[in-house]
Structures are given as structure tokens and as C-alpha cells.
Design a protein around this ligand. Sequence first.
Ligand code: MN
Length: 489
Amino acid sequence: MIFSDEIIMATIEEVLQKVTEYNPKADLDMIRLAYDFAESAHHGQKRLNGEDYIQHCLGTALHLTRINMDEATIIAGLLHDVVDEAGVSMEEVEKQFGKEIAELVRGVGKLGKIKYRGIERYVENLRKMFVAIAHDIRIIIIKFADRLHNLETLDVLEPAKQLRIANEVLELYAPIADRLGIGDMKGELEDIAFKYVEPDIYTTVVEMVEPKLKEKELYLDTIRNVVEQHLSETGVIPIQIESRVKHLYSIYRKMIKNGDSLTLDGIYDLVAMRIIVQTVADCYATLGILHQYWKPLKGKIKDYIAQPKPNNYRSLHTTVFCEDGEIVEFQIRTKEMDDESKFGVAAHWNYAESGKQSQKIVKKLDWLEEILKLNHTPGVDYQEYLHSLKLDIFQNRIFVFTPKGDVINLPEGSTPVDFAYYVHSDVGRRCSGARINDILSSLDTPLNSGDVVDIIIEKNRKRPSPDWLEFAKTHNAKARIKAQLREEH
Ligand code: MN
């Protein structure tokens, strides 16, 4: 096993220090005890990358400190694999650490047993996740941290496994993290998964974005002082002005939403300037000042304070023609809004009553209640279930099936051609028609969630029709059609 010198060994001291920073009253002895317990349980066990297993436990706990999780969650993060991976009994965990932590470890273990495969399993997985959230929201948060650390060490797995795990993250974990408002973690999960699911597109996007980023960050450095000066004229004293880089997968999604080709044209928020101020009134005053000096672009002023996003994201956004005509997006918010956008449901955690806190948060998630209610309604079929999920969580995506029942996740408006190219580029090249739910349909028919799609193949067909470019929706299909058309000439 080759160790790259990039591998940094995590330590329990690091975890303890991070916890103290945001929760000075935390019981550090208890956390250390959990570490010792996990250390001896996993002793001698190695991860596939050659590291001691405890590194995974520490990595998971460290991710949890980054969203300021309470002591019980950190402890359960350290212990999350001792039952399933090291053969410790659940009773032992409960005896040592109490019922609350045992429940968290048990919950994470249950989620660990689900695998992404086929639509029935998919819905079943989702159901389990929602049940886990309803039980104690900290379970799913530990699972996110666990998965994030697994993604970071995904390189050593065989490609098929990498793809399964990465797909599961994009289609299951990230949308839920998003719905819970845990913005940073969602972005990180997506970016690493993106690299494995679409390696070529990932590289293309990185190569396009990198040079622009540097340019833009340098420019924003020069703007910061100007912004501060303008603000001081009205007496607004910002807490912080920082530039924030958009996550790669979000950039990619925006690109394909904007049109056919992968281009950064029209994407103005690669790097945005984020201004954190004291009060809501300061937010609006700041917006006013910016507009006084720099002309806003039409349709780019968003007031997510008056109208928060469904996941409760709040902020003011505006895109302006800044100094020298450079286009810049500004995001203006209070510290509270900023914390909420990073930690989501985990923001403002009341450490004094952590267990109850989790229940309180769950009660506020009405969408979760709706979904769980539906889950208990007899006679609700998968299609309806997915439909309701789509409305709430998976906006602008549809789920369709192969005749064998494998689920394929496509953007809304996708056609059998997109489906065929998703399956394989040779299926795409040779497709001549489709049976959608057993009905013979043309290749430009928009698919709906729940459709079973059977592609009809013309064996001797060598190349796709250029017409397909007019209705294919996914970047994947369009890129492959163009490439195959080029091959022929
Ligand atoms: Mn794990």
C-alpha cells in the first residue's frame, strides 16, 4: 500500500479542540472515553487504503464538528461502526454510553445496511432514511459525515463500487442534505461524487473553472475595500466580507440548465462576494448602497429574506455591473442566516437539551411528516410516492425504470434518447424507438416519473440521427450524439 504524503492522520485532540471551540461545556472526558472504546474495538483493523480503522471514526467525528454537532453526536460518530464492523454488542454500547448514544449508533447501523439498487430498493432506502430522520435527526447527520469520509477515501475501491456509492450520494444523500439545509456538506458530498459519476465532465468543468476562479478572486480582492468604503458611508459595519466559490457540481448543473453546451457564459456567481452584517435592516441598507453605485442586472435581484427557499435558506442576492463593468454577484445576510445556510437544521443547536432539541427540529419539518404519513397510507403506489417526493425534494428530476426495474434518474423533460444514452452509448446510437409502459412511442416523447422504458434497438444502425439533438435533454446524450456524428465523417 502506498501512502501519499497528503494523508493527514486525524487525532482525538483535534476533535476535542474543535468541540471546545463551539461548545465549551461539552464533556470532553466522555468523548475521549468513546475514542478509547472505539480505538480498542477497531484495534488491528485496517481500512482498504491501509489506514487504521480508527481514522475513519475520527474523520467522521471531525466532519460532525464542522457543523457544530452536540457531544452525543460526536460520541456516536466515533462509535458508529463498533457494532457492525468490530463485533461489539449493542448492549455493551448502551451499558457504557447510555441509551441515547446507543440509539444513535443503532440508527446509523440500520441505514448502513441499505444499498442503492432498483426502484423498490430505492424507495425503501428513502423510506428508511425518513424514518431515521423522524426518529432522531442526528442519525442522518452522522450518516452524512460517515459517507463524506468514505467518499474521501473512495479511490481504493473497485470502479463498480465507486460508481454505486457515488450515485447513491448524488441521488439519495445530497438531496436530503439539501432539504435539511446543510449547505456545505451537501456541496462537498456532491462534488466528490460528481468526480466518480462523470469523470470526463468533471475534468472538463474543473479545467474551465480553474483559470476563471483565480482571475475572479483577484478581482474581488480589489473590490473588497471599495465595498467597505461605500458601506461605511451609511454606517453599516459589516461583520465579514468574504468571497465564496461555488461548488463544482452546482456550476455543472447550472451549465446544463442554461443550455446545450458546457459554457460559463451567463454564470456570474462562480465566485460571489458574501457580506455578513448585523441586522436584517443592515441587509437591505447594504443592498441599497450597492445598487446606488452599481447597476443591477435585470431579474437577478432575489429577496430570499422575505421569501425564503423551501429549505429555509435566507439571503439577499443581487448581480451588478461592478467596477470596470465586471459582473459580480453579492450575497447579503446576517450571521444567523449564514449559520443556517451552513448548518441547516443543526444551526442553533441547544446543547443543554440535545435529545429534546432533535425532536423539536423534526416537528418543524412538515414536509417530512407529509411523506411519512403517505408512507403509512394503504394503497399508495411507488409512482405516487415518488411523485410526492419529487415535489418536495427532488425538484426537476424524474425517476424512470428499465424493464428489469433498475432506476434511472434524469432531468425533467428527458426523452427515450436520453434514457438510451444513459444506459450505454451503443444503445443510444442504435435506438430506433421505445416502448413506454408497453406503448410504442416516438423517441421525442417526454418521460414521466415511474415510466418503464424499453428501448427498441436497430442492430445494423451505425449512427444517431442529427434530429435527436433537437429534443435530447441531457448533456450526456447530446455530447455523445455529437461525438458519434463526428466519427462518421
Ligand atoms: Mn462508517
